[in-house]
Design a binder for this molecule. Structure first.
Ligand code: NDP
Length: 332
């Protein structure tokens, strides 16, 4: 989901951001995934009185998964949405003000940073922590939506465990797809890697790992037509082989899991006029810090990390951002 798209406020929530004159605060946190909430916990405990603007997908990407088994501290695993609720409560316990809303404009040209929430409410802040995350790309098939949470996933590290001993498919030919396919090959009986072209885009080293893994079958020149299932769980995938060629044919494979690895879109568009990003849009942070090129503006979580992309690494970077903001405010 696009973090910056506007959506209707859910029932029972009120937008507490005052209209009219700008409200000035010490620390603004934009985005409510593990990075944002961890930043909020630390910032609140440091008396920065943080205000969090939750964004379009309150709770972030974890609310789109079911079980979270790899976050330390939960021996029995936990539910993604429940975990985000716990993080929210923890942030609020120390005084974070969590507000519904989406940042639609930002002006980081001055010492005081200005953002507009939902196109109308202005907040100025001495420090800003951007934790808007990234959005996994999907193919856009209706059947993908039907089986999200029922076998369709965009995170092998998060959900692969549930497919131990089963057959799965991964779509994509980049480094992520190659990495996810080899990760899944350790757990699953068989992994189909579905590539639309006749070659992989992944680095040579990653390609070799894929080709040297016996239980990965690479299906070159295959496009996904439909995810098949019984209405609640995935049972297979319908593919179009060699699209547009004389021997074009529809084929079906039986799988229990269908993993998308066709890239992510970092939710950084609104900040791009001021904050430096790489060519894909990931915010560039300086060295081992959360500092962006704008003094007083910090970034953490998936919006600045295209490599690890885990809840725990996002949370760690959220802590870093709050500590960096605290030091910045003390020095300025
Ligand atoms: P990439 O953009 O590199 O690759 C996306 C892949 O998905 C491509 O093979 C692309 O196909 C395919 N794809 C895109 N859209 C579709 C579609 N609609 N249908 C079918 N296939 C599709 O994304 P990654 O997430 O793999 O990597 C992002 C960046 O992160 C890269 O720079 C990568 O090197 C880096 N990375 C580094 C890692 C590491 O160093 N360990 C690990 C993971 C990522 P096509 O080639 O036909 O366009």
């Amino acid at each position: 989901m696009d973090f910056f798209k506007k959506m209707d406020m859910p029932q029972g929530q009120t937008d507490k951001v005052p209209t009219g004159e700008a409200e000035h605060i010490k620390c603004l946190i934009i985005g409510s995934g593990p990075a944002g909430y961890t930043a909020a916990i630390y910032a609140a405990r440091a008396n920065l009185n943080p205000v969090m603007i939750q964004g379009m997908q309150a709770g972030g990407q974890l609310t789109t998964t079911t079980e979270v088994d790899n976050f330390p501290g939960y021996p029995e695993g936990t539910d993604g949405t429940a975990m985000m609720e716990d993080l929210k409560k923890q942030a609020e316990r120390f005084g974070t003000e969590v507000r519904w809303g989406t940042v639609t404009e930002a002006d980081f040209s001055g010492k005081v940073h200005k953002v507009v929430v939902d196109g109308e409410k202005v907040i100025t802040a001495d420090s800003v922590i951007i934790s808007t995350g990234a959005t996994a790309k999907y193919l856009g098939l209706e059947s993908e939506e039907t089986y999200r949470g029922g076998g369709v996933s965009a995170c092998a590290t998060c959900d692969g465990f549930f497919y131990r001993g089963k057959d799965v498919a991964v779509v994509g030919g980049g480094d992520t797809a190659a990495e996810e396919a080899t990760y899944l090959a350790n757990l699953c009986k068989k992994v189909y890697l579905i590539i639309r072209k006749d070659h992989l885009r992944a680095s040579k080293a990653m390609q070799e790992r894929v080709f040297n893994t016996k239980n990965i079958e690479v299906l070159f020149e295959h496009n996904t037509l439909e995810v098949l299932g019984d209405g609640s769980v995935v049972q297979g995938v319908k593919l179009l082989k060699r699209k547009g060629q004389a021997d074009e044919a529809e084929v079906e494979i039986k799988v229990d899991g269908f993993f998308l690895a066709i890239g992510h879109t970092p939710n950084s568009d609104v900040f791009k006029p001021y904050v430096e990003t790489d060519e894909t849009g990931y915010i560039i942070t300086k060295g081992k810090s959360s500092k962006t090129n704008v003094a007083g503006v910090f970034a953490c979580g998936d919006v600045q990390d295209h490599i690890y992309r885990q809840a725990i690494t996002a949370a760690g970077s959220g802590c870093m951002a709050a500590l960096d903001a605290e030091r910045y405010l003390a020095e300025n």
